[in-house]
Design a protein around this ligand. Sequence first.
Ligand code: PMP
Length: 401
Amino acid sequence: LSVWSAVPAGPPDPILGVTEAWKADKDPRKINLGVGAYRDENGKPYVLNAVKKAEELLVQQNPDKEYLPITGLPEFTQAAAKLAYGEDSTPLKESSIAVAQSISGTGALRIGGAFLARFYPHSKTIYLPTPSWGNHTPVFRDSGLEVKNYRYFDKKTVGLDFEGLKEDLKNMPEKSIVLLHACAHNPTGVDPTPEQWKEISDIVKEKSLFPFFDMAYQGFASGSTSRDAFAVRHFVSEGHQIALSQSFAKNMGLYGERVGLFSLITANPEERARVDSQLKIVIRPMYSNPPLHGARIASTILRNQDLYGLWESEVKHMAGRIIDMRHRLRDNLVNLNTPGDWSHITRQIGMFSFTGLTTPQTKALAEKAHIYMTADGRISMAGLNASNIDYFSESVSKAVK
Ligand code: PMP
């Protein structure tokens, strides 16, 4: 008998499992709208020109492959923090932000979860929006936190349930940890307005909640990295000691390079040094130190004026193509007399649209039309392009009728 004979088969990952099903489909019309990875006009993965140029510069510099420090490449961590907090950020200027390079956004969430589980003195419960990115619950549970939820999405309006959200924040035990999507909420594409963020910040302050921001899409929502950082910067300017997870997967297209940052606002440089020392103790037994190459690419782009400008224009282009696809999809559905109101498709922002398609409809689309998406009806807008948008719209229209 094998040692592993009692290991039960687990379910496929709800998001990555979609790609597996799509790969197995041999129909030439097949479309993968599952995973949130940008695709160009031809449906192909896109390596940013800013990334290619940064890599050329790196090859010329012929750098070594020595280990990075436990908390990563200092040029990268400083530049990434500046991108998030803004160069005028007071805690940044005062050197009171603790930073650690991470294995992309997921790794940043995991470092943060582990650090909070160990050191946050007031609560071991983190509240997630309903719904949230599917990996949030397992990440925080495996970090040692208890996971609970707050209302976020209103199925009736296909928009923000702002009243429900406020009520749930107000009813949380004081000093609870609350996870907030900084922009381009995944999976709904529904974000609070700047005015609503201000109200949320006020409630978080009243209840002394601890805000943990997940910023996986900075620049992807509006096309502007500073506009997308509004919530984070507002909270910091209001004096909240936030935790922040950043990912460079989407905005630099560095998915598999695994480039991210975890940061925490502390009171002063002396406290930051203590927090830094404990972040190292959290990270060292997990993976010792982070990977080099992606951090070098990102820091080259962030610190070189020409490459930064090129990168900004490419972020804008990616966000713009997605917005364009939203308009084409909505117009198509309306022109095909598809039952229902489809205005949410252009109201929503970021990588995804929460279409409102039901699980049986998503199943039917996979079986009959070879179109793959998550069972909650979320589609990755970047999977649509001029060649497949009409086929997709017609198939959705049929599935709804
Ligand atoms: N948070 C959210 C909300 C996400 O959508 C994602 C990516 N799908 C991540 C974090 C982390 O992704 P990564 O680890 O690839 O940076």
